[in-house]
Design a protein around this ligand. Structure first.
Ligand code: F6R
Length: 258
């Protein structure tokens, strides 16, 4: 696991955007996209590069990580609408190649299986962008999720519902969701997790330096051969080996600059 500690949230967005850009410039890329506040800076930076630096997504395909059950695609708070608002509508990735699980499907289990298969049929995800919940979830894989789980229906944890209540003023956060499983996420060729702020520090510590455990679902990334964790100082504040991560990053940057 590569750990990059940045001076500011803007730098987190820029570092994560560098990794995604590399995949996009290499050829038709299959992107895995997270929603939430953490990746917002990454999307802003990718949009800027699209506008100012000729970065085109016209050949890319995108799969979102998860979706609330019960919400139609065009619901204001669906992750389909969110990803359109925060990223897709501002770049040239065709809407016909944005895939999200359908939260309003009649048979949610069949929809989850269909989505998992669709990812495989697209050739798998090249780069998966992730955020982390304060309880260590990635996607909506809440603590105790199987480390080999596939896309499926999950019950949202209370803390996740209260963290996301801000997006549902006057309404209820759904109880259920569809989420790529930890096994599905682990199949992405590269994973990039971004975390910002001190409320993520304990979860980040458990993910990076704790044991691999279903109790901290993000810790499954310790088993991934190409996982990069990009943090601001606050999210990194409970890590023990910060000196090592800084030194490794410096040497890595020097190697790349050669
Ligand atoms: C969103 C998702 C979640 C969030 C996580 C952090 O698609 O899958 O795992 O990434 O809950 O959310 P924020 O960034 O809003 O703190």
């Amino acid at each position: 696991m590569q750990v990059i500690i940045c001076d500011s949230p803007e730098q987190v967005g820029s570092r994560a955007a560098d990794i995604i850009e590399e995949h996009v410039r290499r050829g038709p890329a299959v992107l895995g996209l997270a929603t939430g506040s953490s990746p917002a800076g990454t999307y802003r930076e990718l949009i800027r590069r699209h506008r100012e630096e000729d970065l085109s997504f016209r050949d890319a395909t995108a799969f979102t990580l998860d979706e609330y059950a019960g919400l139609p695609l065009d619901h204001e708070q669906s992750y389909h609408s969110t990803i359109r608002r925060e990223f897709l509508d501002d770049v040239d990735l065709p809407l016909s190649r944005l895939f999200t699980p359908h939260g309003d499907a009649e048979d949610l289990r069949a929809e989850a299986a269909r989505y998992d298969t669709a990812i495989r049929e697209a050739g798998g995800i090249h780069v998966q962008l992730l955020g982390i919940g304060a309880n260590g979830h990635i996607g909506f894989n809440e603590p105790t999720s199987s480390l080999t789980s596939r896309t499926r229906v999950k019950t949202l944890a209370r803390i996740t519902r209260s963290d996301n209540a801000r997006f549902f003023p006057g309404g209820e956060v759904p109880q259920l969701c569809l989420t790529q499983g930890l096994g599905t996420i682990s199949e992405a060729r590269q994973a990039v997790l971004v975390a910002i702020g001190s409320n993520k520090a304990a979860a980040v510590r458990a993910m990076v330096e704790g044991p691999v455990s279903a109790f901290c679902p993000a810790s499954v990334l310790q088993l991934h051969p190409r996982a990069v964790v990009v943090l601001d100082r606050e999210a990194a504040s409970e890590l023990q080996l910060t000196d090592y991560y800084h030194r490794a990053q410096e040497l890595n940057d020097r190697l790349l600059a050669r």
